[in-house]
Design a protein around this ligand. Structure first.
Ligand code: CTP
Ligand code: CA
Length: 222
């Protein structure tokens, strides 16, 4: 009830959130993916929805039930996510990219199930398009772009580089090696990095972290 009574400070605001993992097919049976569960992205979509925003959730693979009152677009591969996000980007006031997008995909997808032959197998991979970088290069001045950054070392330096390279307004960094942070946990420990400042949040639930991140976005937009 407390959540339903949340202040509607995002009425009329269009927000697109990406969440979950992409899957890159190898053949009709196998794929390459990562450990993202979608928890952080779904919590962000839910928080924006509760604040009264018009939420579009572009979701990769996730076992979670999407929050109600959101437009959900389910995608599988990085390419599908690219197409869905760029199709809807123009009308968005805020885009939050919490999805864990594959950086590489198999250069070709075998039409039939691959049979095992030699002792070792090499699969050629090619780069996917960087969705966030594309959005940064094509964003309109009023649009707020927030990325996520997952690191196991040099979190702040590496994340700040991504902020600059992708022309972001904010990047939310988390260190996979920190207890209580990262994939699958119900909690997170994040640092919000903007061109001007760094705000480190302590360990909290992903719902609380989502609320704090969205509050910071609204503050920086105004
Ligand atoms: N991202 C994206 N498209 C990709 C790869 C990443 O939009 N093809 C986005 C992610 O959704 C995230 C941000 O870029 O918001 C940072 O992702 P991350 O994997 O931490 O960084 P990369 O820029 O991919 O660099 P690297 O994996 O080499 O650290
Ligand atoms: Ca990456």
């Amino acid at each position: 009830l407390k959540e339903i009574a949340m202040e509607k400070d995002m009425k009329g605001v269009n927000v697109l959130v990406t969440a979950g993992a992409t899957q890159e097919a190898i053949d009709p049976v196998r794929y390459i993916t990562n450990h993202s569960t979608g928890k952080m992205g779904y919590a962000l979509a839910r928080d924006c929805m509760l604040r009264g925003a018009n939420v579009t959730l572009v979701s990769g693979q996730s076992a979670l039930t999407p929050p109600p009152f959101t437009t959900v677009i389910s995608v599988t591969s990085a390419k599908e996510m690219f197409d869905a996000v760029t199709e809807h980007a123009e009308s968005q006031d805020i885009i939050i990219k919490a999805a864990a997008v594959a950086d590489y995909r198999p250069a070709s997808i075998a039409a039939e199930k691959m049979k095992k032959k030699e002792d070792a197998l090499t699969i050629e991979l090619e780069r996917t398009d960087d969705i966030l970088k594309y959005l940064g290069e094509h964003k309109h001045p009023q649009q707020f772009l927030c990325g996520f950054s997952m690191e196991t070392e040099h979190m702040l330096e590496n994340s700040r580089k991504k902020l600059e390279k992708k022309h972001l307004d904010m990047i939310v960094a988390n260190n996979l090696k920190q207890a209580g942070a990262g994939f699958g946990t119900d909690t997170n420990v994040v640092t919000m990095i903007t061109p001007q400042e760094e705000i480190a949040l302590e360990l909290m639930s992903k719902e609380e972290a989502a609320h704090a991140i969205v509050s910071q976005i609204l503050k920086n937009r105004s």
